[in-house]
Design a protein around this ligand. Sequence first.
Ligand SMILES: Nc1ncnc2c1ncn2[C@@H]1O[C@H](COP(=O)(O)OP(=O)(O)OP(=O)(O)O)[C@@H](O)[C@H]1O
Ligand SMILES: O=P(O)(O)OC[C@H]1O[C@H](OP(=O)(O)OP(=O)(O)O)[C@H](O)[C@@H]1O
Ligand SMILES: [Mg+2]
Length: 292
Amino acid sequence: MASNKLVLGLPKGSLQESTFELFRRAGFKIKGTSRSYFPSSDDEELDIRLIRAQEMSRYVEHGMLDAGLTGLDWVRENGSDVVAVADLVYAKQGMRPVRWVLAVPNDSPVRSVADLQGKRIATEAVGLTRKYFEANGVEADIEFSWGATEAKVPELVDAIVDVTETGSSLRANNLRIVDTLLESHTQLIAGRDAWADEWKKAKIGRIALLLKAALAADSKVLLKLNAPGDRLTQITENIPSLHAPTINNLADEAWYSVETVVDESVVREIIPDLKEAGAEGIIELSLNKIVE
Ligand SMILES: Nc1ncnc2c1ncn2[C@@H]1O[C@H](COP(=O)(O)OP(=O)(O)OP(=O)(O)O)[C@@H](O)[C@H]1O
Ligand SMILES: O=P(O)(O)OC[C@H]1O[C@H](OP(=O)(O)OP(=O)(O)O)[C@H](O)[C@@H]1O
Ligand SMILES: [Mg+2]
């Protein structure tokens, strides 16, 4: 039995699958049966609880959880005083931020927030929405929505404020974005008491490092190739790298081995260029972690 334990909240709901997957890539095996809110892991120092993303920051703030993963949106909505340990930009579907947007039906006459004076708005994030309307000097009737918010316009309300990632829910419901209230992403947060505890702070820091390393590796690959000496400069000067490419001599002294980490998105441009510039034996390897 480990004597020190970190009580860690993982988000149940939209972020659950992607969070479990990120932990797996970070090196933690988390197992949860479908209805258990106490998943087990292969790290004895972790005591994991599944908690709704909306509530996570309150429990972390009040010390029931030492740390947790949730959306920045819910930390703001709850006005929680917690330590933002790491910004982890991933969502339900992909590695990108989400947006809380003000949306109206495609055929609505509303063009800006000012056109919503005296109108009804539904949202799951009432606090954020109230603040936004106040900041814009618009008085509107803002009501709490339990979800499926897109279905409420135009019959029940005039506009909604909802979270969007891919935009497919807005499109499917014939909605048009009028404005963005907040860009949000997943955050690793810690409680002030946990952060003041040396062991807990160090443990949270190690988890943060591994999660960030796994996220950073997600969009990068390692390229390796052989370059003839007379083409080396030409080949290496045009390839991006984390710092500078690694260059080693091959047993055959006329040849060099070159290694570099690049964005996966540029690989399809770079590989044909490298081949054309005289590189041989080009291989691409996927990466699990990058610690810069
Ligand atoms: N595609 C997405 N849709 C909704 N929320 C997302 C998405 N990607 C990331 N999130 C984030 O997930 C969190 C939403 O979790 P929350 O527990 O509030 O609701 P949920 O998981 O969508 O549950 P429910 O199914 O009841 O709506 C927010 O922090 C939000 O920013
Ligand atoms: O832009 P998209 O990729 O379509 O994602 C956004 C949708 O996902 C969430 O719905 P959720 O599944 O949480 O259901 P809910 O409406 O009941 O909250 C959110 O409320 C949007 O409806
Ligand atoms: Mg939801």
